[in-house]
Design a protein around this ligand. Structure first.
Ligand code: SF4
Length: 400
């Protein structure tokens, strides 16, 4: 069931503002089930929906409390709701719509989940524990339209957008795993999910409305309660949507997946990313002006492809135009791609070259090395083993 949104920000955003056709062209969940997915509804949406169906207003606060504060998985657990209301909710709404089809745990504590939704489509979500920080890396689409040549998600194309509820559901599942399996912190406080990054499958800004509806629920004090500064949107770069994001009055982190220091190599690596780097930098500068948030440039180091000293020099020139820091990630090889992981020394030399030129650059540790670490690998393996061909929507291209 479509959620009747009451959020004024959503209403203020006009569809023609989207340069990418993907936001409107791709379907959401194709299911005949008319029940409302509560995890995609704001507190206001829930109140309006309950009242419109003859229930008392205060019930929405109870419902929200059960979902987000008490982590209820079924309506039966909501013992302060009347029995008739619980029965009505079971008939008219869903809480969790996915099942965990597979999971993998790495020696470093990283856990990857393959969630399958009612229409049989699946996405990956990852929990990355790091000292007191617990990060959920979540997906925004089934597959990805961007088609980065080095990525497992890009190899299979995009199937559909995720709904806000399906996005929030990933966060809640990781949050529950953190709470259930992690020892309390030094101060005795229970371990909690602290960060959310949209760095899983999909281009979040190509599913703008659903992603933003999810972000508001993840951020809300009545919802998941994750501060905006702990939420990162990672994009390949859709300038109009970046500008719209800047106007949202949220302090989200923005990460631009650059991966190349010049347009020619970038287009070779990211066929969908046809926007010139200069234009992307302009949009990111606007984001910085409006939010004061420094931009992160993501740069996956591919051996002998984009890790040469001259390429570090070019990247440093790009960085001079923007208030940014650079995250260098050594590539996790994906079967079926021609790219290799650079040595630690090569990555270090690249970082040093950037630093000598005044760029704030860090090498990020690759997590989950002993499992299907790269984005989309677990799903790809599962599809292959089940003999399923992904449905592709590759004809929809970035026109920004
Ligand atoms: Fe999509 Fe990210 Fe993979 Fe590129 S790296 S294809 S943007 S999921």
């Amino acid at each position: 069931m479509e959620i009747p949104r009451t959020d004024s920000h959503e209403l203020a955003i006009q569809p023609e503002a989207f340069a990418s056709p993907l936001d409107t062209a791709l379907p959401l969940a194709a299911t005949a089930d008319p029940r409302l997915h509560l995890l995609g509804a704001s507190a206001d949406d829930l109140r309006v929906w309950l009242v419109a169906n003859g229930h008392q207003k205060y019930r929405s606060a109870q419902l929200v409390d059960w979902i987000y504060a008490k982590n209820a998985e079924t309506f039966e657990q909501m013992t302060n709701l009347s029995k008739p209301l619980r029965t009505w909710l079971t008939e008219n709404a869903h809480l969790y719509r996915s099942t965990v089809a597979r999971s993998q745990a790495a020696a470093d504590g990283t856990q990857k989940f393959l969630l399958t939704f009612a229409d049989g489509r699946s996405v990956e979500s990852v929990w990355i524990p790091e000292n007191q920080r617990h990060t959920a890396c979540i997906s925004s689409q089934v597959g990805c339209p961007v088609g980065c040549k080095f990525c497992a998600s890009g190899l299979t194309g995009v199937e559909r957008n995720l709904t806000a509820g399906e996005i929030v559901e990933q966060v809640l599942r990781v949050r529950r795993t953190v709470a259930d399996t992690t020892a309390p912190a030094h101060d005795g406080q229970p371990a909690r999910l602290s960060n959310v990054v949209f760095m899983g499958m999909g281009e979040p800004l190509a599913n703008y409305h659903e992603v933003m509806a999810a972000v508001r629920i993840i951020n809300a004090s009545w919802g998941c309660g994750i501060g905006a500064r702990k939420i990162t949107i990672s994009t390949v770069g859709l300038p109009r949507q970046i500008r719209m994001l800047a106007e949202e009055e949220l302090q989200l982190n923005l990460a631009l997946s650059l991966h190349a220091p010049d347009d020619a190599l970038r287009q070779e690596l990211i066929p969908w990313g046809r926007v010139p780097i200069a234009e992307l930098i302009d949009a990111c500068s606007y984001y910085f002006q409006k939010t004061g948030r420094e931009i992160t440039l993501e740069y996956v180091l591919l051996a002998e492809v984009n890790d040469r000293p001259t390429q570090a020099d070019k990247l440093a020139v790009v960085c001079k135009r923007l208030r940014c820091n650079v995250n260098l990630l050594r590539y996790n090889p994906v079967e079926g791609t021609p790219y290799a992981r650079p040595t630690a020394e090569a990555a270090f030399r690249f970082q040093e070259r950037l630093r000598e030129r005044g760029v704030n650059a860090h090498i990020r540790t690759s997590r989950g090395q002993d499992i299907d670490a790269a984005c989309g690998q677990l799903r790809r393996r599962a599809l292959a083993e089940d003999g399923i061909e992904p449905q592709r929507h590759r004809d929809t291209e970035s026109s920004d």
